[in-house]
Design a protein around this ligand. Structure first.
Ligand SMILES: C[S@@+](CC[C@H](N)C(=O)[O-])C[C@H]1O[C@@H](n2cnc3c(N)ncnc32)[C@H](O)[C@@H]1O
Ligand SMILES: CC(C)=CCC/C(C)=C/COP(=O)(O)OP(=O)(O)O
Ligand SMILES: [Mg+2]
Length: 292
């Protein structure tokens, strides 16, 4: 194991990828700089790599014709992405200032900052990408919360956290990069008994039958492996995680996608999300589970 000092003064442990696939994913996120993510993050300094939920505020958006419309559209997409993270945090249960939380697959750290700002607690994040961890730690330093919010380069299936160390943990659109049995075994290990696990994820719908062509297109686009709703529930049951809430957020995420599809920041994946949500082959799901 090697270690390196980040500009933020936080030591990141870099054990190297556990598999060639993880090496590919680390390179993918090290190289990611899509305007749809950076321009949205620039709105208020919360950088997300997840999607949005909720109704469009048409009054705030105003007329398509006028000069400020594109900036207002970007602000609106960003507001919906932050609203998504707020809903995830709503499901963590009561969290105290002395608690520690785990953000598994933390990206550029937007959700970690929001969690600390809401609860005053410590938040530990892990990502495969050294660039993302540096970015998240730099933001924490700029905000003066680097003593509470820390991102490390490590595999979420094998974290340096102690058994039972965290009061709550989550995956926000990061569980489609790992085996779910391995993932939930690790969350179950680091969560205290009675702690809460939350995921927001896209999953394929067993009622459709198999992954649709749209789901396959999303997998190819992000180099990920979307699991089915059934796999989530089965792997949780096998790892002492008992669902407390299963919420289908599909109707709430469609407005975000339909608005995003009209913006200058489109990436080309919008049609696959919209079509798969509409044909029922894909669902945007929140699952909150108790560690028993
Ligand atoms: C789509 S981004 C989500 C980022 C963040 N959760 C958010 O909501 O902004 C997926 C993240 O999962 C991370 N990831 C994927 N596989 C991982 C693994 N095995 N261990 C740690 N992080 C992983 C990636 O590095 C990336 O940060
Ligand atoms: C719901 C599913 C299946 C998500 C896959 C994981 C993923 C890449 C999420 C968004 O990241 P991003 O914010 O970097 O993507 P984009 O650039 O499209 O906004
Ligand atoms: Mg994005």
């Amino acid at each position: 194991m090697t270690s390196t000092e980040l500009t933020a003064g936080v030591t990141a442990f870099i054990p190297g990828p556990a598999s060639p696939y993880q090496g590919d994913i680390a390179r993918y996120w090290d190289g990611e700089a899509r305007p749809v993510n950076l321009r949205l993050g620039d709105v208020d300094g919360l950088y997300h790599h997840h999607y949005g939920i909720g109704d469009i505020d048409h009054a705030a958006l105003g007329d398509t014709g006028d000069s400020g419309y594109e900036n207002r559209l970007i602000s609106e997409l960003h507001r919906l992405e932050s609203a998504q993270a707020e809903v995830l945090l709503d499901h963590l249960g009561p969290i105290g200032r002395d608690d520690t939380l785990l953000d598994a697959g933390c990206g550029r750290g937007g959700s970690m900052v929001m969690a600390h700002q809401r609860f005053g607690c410590d938040v530990e994040g892990v990502t495969l990408s050294a660039k993302q961890a540096e970015f998240a730690n730099r933001r924490a330093l700029e905000l003066g919360i680097d003593d509470h919010v820390r991102a490390r380069v490590c595999n979420m299936l094998d974290t340096p956290l102690e058994r039972g160390q965290v009061a709550a943990s989550w995956n926000n659109e990061s569980s489609m990069y790992v085996d779910l049995e391995d993932l939930f075994a690790e969350h179950s290990r680091v969560l205290s008994v009675g702690g809460r696990y939350v995921t927001i994820t896209g999953c394929w719908n067993p009622r459709y039958g198999q992954p649709s062509k749209w789901v396959s297109q999303i997998n190819a686009h992000f180099e990920c492996n979307i699991h089915s709703r059934r796999e989530y529930l089965r792997a949780m049951a096998n790892n002492r995680l008992v669902p407390q809430a299963v919420i289908d957020l599909t109707p709430e995420t469609l407005p975000y996608w339909e608005l995003r599809a009209t913006s200058s920041l489109v990436t080309g994946i919008e049609t696959a999300f919209i079509n798969s949500y509409k044909d029922g082959s894909f669902q945007y799901l929140l699952i909150a589970a108790d560690r028993v």
